[in-house]
Ligand binder design. Structure first.
Ligand code: NI
Length: 177
């Protein structure tokens, strides 16, 4: 287990389409997930995708627990999601602020679908199938975008709504994804 360096925007490895995982329960996958968890926890992130640590596989982790530092954050279950697929349930889109561990210190206002169903597999290969909304849906869309080489600034509609967290939200502690 190890805390791995997180690639930052500008690194071409963040722009690749990641490859599906073909085998579950392997030592390689177990080690990757251990490193991803260590890295996300060390940086206090809400989510992390394997490409962010330079591993070009369709693996994401995410989860937000209730934390007095983030009183407005909705809880999201700790999840390992492999080879995910997202189905948009209806067309409602909402803008909200996002940060990303690959763009430290920055935030942007990003449109996302409000209601989605997502499927994928956990590390043992068991199917995950959830219908979610709001912040949970946003986090999943953000992480899965990483698997297709998409970083949140590419989705910002009004680029004036993109800037440094300390200027936009002075004094607030906010999590990145
Ligand atoms: Ni991110």
């Amino acid at each position: 287990m190890a805390i791995r360096p997180v690639l930052r925007m500008g690194d071409a490895r963040l722009l690749r389409r990641a490859e599906p995982v073909s085998g579950f329960g392997s030592e390689e996958l177990r080690a990757l997930l251990a490193d991803m968890r260590d890295t996300m926890q060390a940086l206090n992130g809400a989510g992390l995708a394997a490409p962010q640590i330079g591993v070009n596989l369709r693996v994401v982790i995410f989860g937000v627990q209730k934390n007095p530092r983030y009183p407005d954050a909705e809880e999201v279950p700790e999840t390992v999601l492999i080879n995910p697929a997202i189905m948009v349930l209806e067309e409602t889109i909402k803008d909200d602020w996002e940060g990303c561990l690959s763009l430290p210190g920055l935030r942007g206002l990003v449109p996302r679908f409000q209601n989605i169903r997502y499927q994928g597999y956990d590390e043992q290969g068991a199917l995950i199938d959830r219908t979610v909304s709001g912040f949970h849906a946003r986090v999943v869309q953000h992480e899965c975008d990483h698997l297709d080489g998409i970083l949140y600034p590419m989705r910002i509609r009004d680029i004036t709504k993109f800037g440094y967290t300390e200027e936009l939200f002075p004094g607030q502690a906010l999590q990145d994804e």
